[in-house]
Design a protein around this ligand. Structure first.
Ligand code: BES
Ligand code: ZN
Ligand code: ZN
Length: 483
């Protein structure tokens, strides 16, 4: 899709179709279409398609970033099947000019996303170009220098999010830990500023990553620890993302019921998001050193499987009583977080589809933010809001900390109560965070928005690319603070 900004007024631009935005259900502005509205009984809500005049009327609920994204998404979805190549639209400016244009691009590119690899019939849209006029819907004047920057940012953010979606949507039969390693290497090859190191099971054994290795044992595919790094010359800070990369989670011997096993190809979403983030950071040339540490493995059953009752000695030396093999993500993350801390981060963020409890508590669309540093959590929350991702903070408390105690080891991988499962999982991870990194760490449970079995907002069925936009936005916010 090409985005083109034009210094011409809307009526001078030639295009196959035109977008017309309706605000406050006010149709008076469009007097020439009055009879058409009457015939269609259109009152300014939703959309109304005027094929004769090649116009699409779209309700714009507000000038919030989310409503701008939604309006352009809706426009794309209603026009994608028509035999047209170009669309013209007025500009829509919300609070910030750059971000408003980024939202335009995001809305269109999320509308255009599809995962149709396994469909014999592929439906391709003929739409190629969006021409944006300098005319603003409310007559606002703005600095057009910012337009292309905004559009580019939106393209990069949506591109990286859709890239993560493709990884998550790919089927477990294809997407093994080895395939994830290949994808990471490909990412490094395509971006000369990204480096990729792949570590195999022998390395994991040498590093005493026994918790990670235990999860992998019954899988026919070996595990991979993937380390991507981006180190620009003038890096202001070093940020490390750790991603849960369970290419399939059957639950292991604590086997999941069939209904719950379905969609567990999405248990690699944390790792996918981290890959999307480093791709975007590199394309945006952010002056931050960014690393991704990804733990890629399956959690399967077999004679060799790790068992409830096992005790594992993790890389940090903390012993873990396994009480449920389906609480495997925290085991993989424990060792990956240990590895990541050796890289001395200024900020350490892990992302994982960690608990069903998080989905029960927050619903399917919201990420749970956890950690020890309230200021950092609040800052992350506020920045995520603008990014278009929904988050909420889940606070630790000493009573929940009691629940992960074990009688025979340093900690249990399963809390003694099912209440507060998202937080007790976060508290488990906290046990592997060293004192000096306690305040530099955030845990993001993306179990809900990582994958939904129905389309919502401007997100299509399946993978949602959760984590990418909120983290990249937070990094840009951090840079603004230090500059
Ligand atoms: N991958 C799952 C969590 C999950 C569930 C993600 C639903 C997305 C949607 C995780 O490994 C898991 O199974 N967690 C258990 C933990 C429990 C055994 C303590 C859970 O949430 O039930
Ligand atoms: Zn599990
Ligand atoms: Zn899992």
């Amino acid at each position: 899709m090409k985005f083109e900004f034009s210094h011409q007024s809307l009526n001078k631009i030639k295009a196959d179709f035109e977008l017309v935005f309706i605000q406050d259900k006010n149709l008076k502005k469009f007097a020439s279409s009055a009879n058409f509205f009457k015939l269609n009984n259109y009152k300014g809500e939703g959309i109304c398609l005027d094929l004769a005049n090649k116009k699409l009327f779209i309700e714009l609920k507000s000038l919030s970033y989310e409503d701008i994204r939604l309006a352009f998404f809706t426009a794309y979805k209603n026009l994608e099947k028509l035999n047209i190549k170009s669309i013209k639209t007025p500009s829509i400016i919300g609070e910030c000019v750059t971000r408003s244009f980024a939202c335009l691009a995001e809305g269109i590119l999320f509308g255009a996303y599809k995962f149709d690899k396994y469909k014999s019939e592929k439906k391709k849209s003929s739409l190629e170009k969006i021409i944006i006029s300098k005319d603003e819907i409310n007559g606002k004047k703005f600095d057009s220098d910012k337009v292309n920057l905004g559009l580019k940012r939106g393209e990069i953010l949506a591109g990286a999010t859709n890239f993560a979606k493709d990884i998550v949507n790919e089927i477990p039969q294809e997407y093994t830990p080895l395939k994830m390693a290949k994808d990471a290497q490909k990412l490094a090859k395509e971006n000369k500023n990204i480096l990729c190191k792949i570590y195999d099971e022998n390395f994991l054994a040498k590093e005493k990553m026994n918790a990670f290795l235990a999860v992998n044992r019954a899988s026919i595919y070996p595990p991979r620890l993937i380390h991507l790094s981006y180190k620009p010359k003038n890096a202001k800070k070093r940020i490390i993302f750790v991603g849960k990369g369970l290419t399939y989670d059957s639950g292991g011997l604590s086997l999941k019921p069939s209904d719950y096993m379905l969609t567990m190809k999405a248990d690699k979403s944390g790792a996918a998001a981290a890959m999307g983030i480093i791709k975007a950071v590199c394309e945006l040339n952010l002056e931050l050193e960014v690393h991704c540490v990804l733990g890629a493995t399956e959690n399967m059953i077999g004679g060799d499987a790790y068992k409830p009752d096992d005790v594992l000695i993790s890389r940090e030396g903390v012993s873990i009583e396994v009480r449920n093999t389906d609480a495997e993500g925290r085991l993989v993350l424990a060792d990956c977080l240990s590895f990541a801390q050796d890289l001395k981060p200024d900020l350490l963020i892990d992302m994982a589809t960690l608990t069903g409890a998080c989905v029960v508590g927050l619903g399917e669309f919201t990420t749970g933010i956890m950690g020890n540093n309230e200021e950092l959590q609040n800052e992350f929350y506020l920045s995520s809001k603008k990014s278009g991702e929904y988050t909420t903070i889940l606070h630790f408390n000493p009573h929940l900390k009691e629940l992960v105690k074990s009688n025979i080891a340093d900690i249990s991988n399963t809390a003694s109560s099912r209440y507060g499962g998202a937080i007790t999982a976060g508290i488990f991870l906290d046990k592997f965070i060293r004192k000096e990194y306690k305040d530099k760490w955030l845990h993001l449970d993306i179990a809900g928005p990582a994958y939904t079995e129905k389309a919502w907002g401007y997100t299509s069925f399946g993978a949602g690319g959760a984590g990418v936009r909120m983290c990249v936005n937070f990094l840009m916010h951090l840079l603004r603070k230090v500059q």
